[in-house]
Every structure is written in structure tokens, then in C-alpha cells.
Design a protein around this ligand. Structure first.
Ligand SMILES: [Zn+2]
Length: 441
């Protein structure tokens, strides 16, 4: 049996949540609408209907490219990608071929080959012997992100996809809802016998299997794991796996052959004659870049450095931009409140209260602040009262005292509980334990 190293690249499709579709005025929000009610001659592909590109869709594609560290092409264009399928009435898809908006980026050390913009297709639903077609989704703007075949483990793929998903959500350009299909993953997978990474990249395997339209991180992981085992079996038998496109069956947890892979030239790409090439100035590119928010990686680093938070805390806080924003707003608010002046480490305590769900964030900043001060305000202990309470508890429970002294130290909890009850919670349990031990000895 040979030892193989996985060679995995990713294609990720992200539907943009622009108001209108990419080349017409129809709404891009098609989910749940009555089939074929969200269409016009342009997105139905009627002869003579002219596409007019959506400026926002172009800007958001560039934004995604910039967030992934890409170079933005000052000159780019749309191309026709020809193929025949019932969900594509024009017989071609308007996409980008050799001059996409963004190229050569990097995320978490994995190379981003390109980021381009294209139109989504209609949707087919198979019902018994019939197939129904719905063009509501036709021409919704779709961004395709293509990576280098840099991944050699399923864990890396999963971590990358999660980070990409977080970034897209931060940019607020897509719902990136995997269940509704607004983010779809297509891994391409092969196995190499070369262990050294640099060598492996120079001599990529002579075949590649692409798994189509996966709509969950978990399914992506399972589909890749299945492929790695399937392909190793074929290679071990001295054969080469077929270059093909496969689907993933979620119920059976297997991939299955769909069709042999088309080569690029089969699509007969040529420049879209109805849309002039897009020229961008340095200023336009810089202006788009200026709208980027602080990205998750930078935010995590800042939270750790500036507020002394732990890695697991920033992971949760930064994983959702609205939680990160809430966190920063609420601790600022707490600090401004005079009642918090004797609470130390407010940033850390706020993070811990949110992460451990001690205080709910589903309330106004004022309500959170109020609760926070209630929970974390140092209690002022009446030392004399505490001392006499401890003395009386010891006096009134001779049996427990005797048991404790003979080694049943677990009874400490009982004493603390009794004292806390008498003090109505106005004491620090740790300090209390020390005091009780003193009095008992
Ligand atoms: Zn339309």
C-alpha cells in the first residue's frame, strides 16, 4: 500500500444580496417566491434583451477580492461560457474567463487564484418523471472564489471555509446561508505520492475529481474523506481515478459519478459583446478598499492584545460581527457608568460574561450594564457580622464540626452554604472558606 498526500483545491460560489439581479432590475431576493414570478426578458434570456451590469455587484466582488488579499485588475471583462442545460435559457452563462476582477490572493496561507463575477442559473426540481424549471434565481449575481490546490488535509479545508464564511458575513455582501444555497462549495480532490509540498505542487496528479454543489461544511468534510479513501483504493489497484465531476449523496454519505469533466475549451469562451470591458482607476479601487470593515483576523488579534482575552473567547466573540460589536459597545458603556468604578478588568469580565452566557446579549446595552454591575460589583462585607455568623454556625452544628475534624472535609460546602444563607450572599466564598478553616482549627 502506498502512502498518499491529498491535493485539494476549492471553488466557492457566493450569491450576492444586491437589491437587483446582475443584468436586470428583477429582485435578487428570490428565496421562497412563487416560481417564475421574478423574471423579465433579460434574465429569461429572450433574444435581443440587453444586459446592463449591476455596479454594486461589481464593487462587492472587488471587495471580496480585497478582503482576500487579491490584486484587483484595472481592466476586466465579461465572457460568454457556452453550454446547454435546461436551467440556462440563453445557451451560455455570462461569466469571466481570462480577465476576472481579482487575482492572486491569500487567506490563512492558502493561495487564492481568482475571484470573479458571473450570473447564477435557474433551478431545476425533479418531481417523479417530470423536471420543473424555475427562473427566479436566473441572473442573481454569483461570485466564484477559486483557490490553489494548496490543501493537504480535511481539517485545513474546514478551517479555511469557516474563516471565509465569517469574512463574507463581515463584508455584509451575502447571506452566505448554506442551507438556502447562497454559499456552495465544490472541492477538487486528487492524491499525490509526493510527500514534499514544493515538489508536489510542481508535479500535480494527472487527474482531478470535482465534487459539485455541497451546501454544508460538514458535507464538504465527509465528501472529501470519502473521495480520499475511494481514490486510494483505485491507485492501490494500479489504476488512475477518472477525471470527472461527482455529486454527493447526503443520505448515503457517498459521492457518485455525474459526468466526465469538460475541458475549458469545450465552453467556447468568448468576450460578451453586449457589455463593454470594465476599466477601473486606482482611485476607484482605493475607494472600494476604504469601505472594508476590520476583518476577523485583525479583530481577534486586537482583542487579545488590547483586552487580554483568551483564544477561545475571541473565537466566539469575533465569529459573529454583531456579537463583536455588541461586546465593544457594552464594555465601553459599562466603563462610563460611575457604579462600575471599583470593578477591575471590565473588558475581560465582559468577554467572560458573554462567552459563558452569564449575561444575555439579547437585551439593550443599558440592561446588560445594569446586570453586569449587579453581578460583578465587589461586595462590601461587614466583617464583625461575618465573624459572629461563622461562630454561631459552628456552635449550632457540633455534629458536622466533629465529622469535619475527623476528615470529612467535603462538609466545607455545607458550612459555606450556611454562612452565605445568613449573609444573604454578601460574602466572597473563597475568603469565607479561609475564615471557616481558621475558626475550625
Ligand atoms: Zn430580470
Amino acid at each position: 500500500m502506498n502512502s498518499y498526500t491529498p491535493v485539494i483545491g476549492l471553488e466557492i460560489h457566493v450569491e450576492l444580496k444586491t437589491k437587483s439581479k446582475i443584468f436586470c432590475q428583477c429582485s435578487a431576493d428570490y428565496f421562497g417566491k412563487v416560481p417564475n414570478t421574478n423574471t423579465c426578458p433579460v434574465c429569461l434570456g429572450m433574444p435581443g434583451a440587453l444586459p446592463v451590469p449591476n455596479r454594486t455587484a461589481i464593487e462587492w466582488t472587488i471587495k471580496i477580492g480585497q478582503a482576500l488579499g487579491c490584486t484587483i485588475n484595472k481592466h476586466s471583462k465579461f465572457d460568454r461560457k457556452h453550454y446547454y442545460y435546461p436551467d440556462l435559457p440563453k445557451g451560455y452563462q455570462i461569466s469571466q474567463y481570462d480577465e476576472p476582477f481579482a487575482v492572486s490572493g491569500n487567506l490563512m496561507g492558502f493561495g487564492i487564484t481568482r475571484v470573479h463575477l458571473e450570473e447564477d442559473t435557474g433551478k431545476l426540481t425533479h418531481a417523479g418523471d417530470d423536471t420543473l424549471v424555475d427562473f427566479n434565481r436566473s441572473s442573481v449575481p454569483l461570485v466564484e472564489i477559486v483557490t490553489e490546490p494548496d490543501f493537504d488535509s480535511v481539517e485545513d479545508v474546514k478551517a479555511f471555509l469557516e474563516e471565509l464564511h465569517t469574512i463574507i458575513k463581515y463584508l455584509d455582501v451575502s447571506d452566505a446561508n448554506m442551507e438556502e444555497g447562497s454559499m456552495r462549495i465544490e472541492p477538487n480532490i486528487s492524491l499525490s505520492v509526493i510527500a514534499d509540498k514544493a515538489e508536489r505542487m510542481k508535479h500535480l496528479p494527472n487527474y482531478k475529481v470535482e465534487v459539485k454543489n455541497i451546501n454544508s461544511f460538514n458535507f464538504a468534510k465527509k465528501a472529501i474523506e470519502y473521495e480520499l479513501i475511494r481514490q486510494a483504493g483505485i491507485l492501490d489497484a494500479g489504476k488512475t481515478p477518472a477525471q470527472e465531476t461527482r455529486g454527493y449523496n447526503e443520505d448515503k454519505k457517498i459521492t457518485y459519478s455525474q459526468r466526465s469533466k469538460e475541458e475549458a475549451q469545450d465552453y467556447r469562451y468568448f468576450p460578451e459583446p453586449d457589455i463593454p470591458p470594465i476599466e477601473l482607476t486606482d482611485k476607484e479601487i482605493a475607494d472600494i478598499k476604504a469601505t472594508l470593515p476590520e476583518l476577523p483576523a485583525a479583530k481577534r488579534e486586537r482583542f487579545m492584545k488590547d483586552f487580554g482575552l483568551k483564544e477561545n473567547e475571541v473565537k466566539i466573540l469575533v465569529g459573529d460581527r454583531s456579537i463583536a460589536d455588541y461586546y465593544e459597545s457594552v464594555f465601553s458603556k459599562i466603563k462610563l457608568n460611575r457604579a462600575s468604578s471599583d470593578i477591575e478588568n471590565i473588558e475581560k469580565l465582559t468577554a467572560s460574561a458573554i462567552v459563558n452566557k452569564r449575561i444575555s446579549i439579547n437585551q439593550s446595552l443599558d440592561e446588560f450594564t445594569e446586570q453586569f454591575i449587579e453581578v460583578y460589583k465587589p461586595v462590601e462585607v461587614d466583617e464583625d457580622k461575618l465573624s459572629s455568623v461563622i461562630a454561631s454556625i459552628i456552635e449550632n452544628n457540633p455534629k458536622q464540626v466533629e465529622q469535619y475534624k475527623s476528615g470529612k472535609t467535603g462538609l466545607m460546602g455545607f458550612f459555606i452554604g450556611q454562612v452565605m444563607k445568613e449573609m444573604k450572599g454578601q460574602a466572597d466564598p473563597q475568603a469565607l472558606q479561609k475564615l471557616i478553616i481558621e475558626k475550625l482549627s
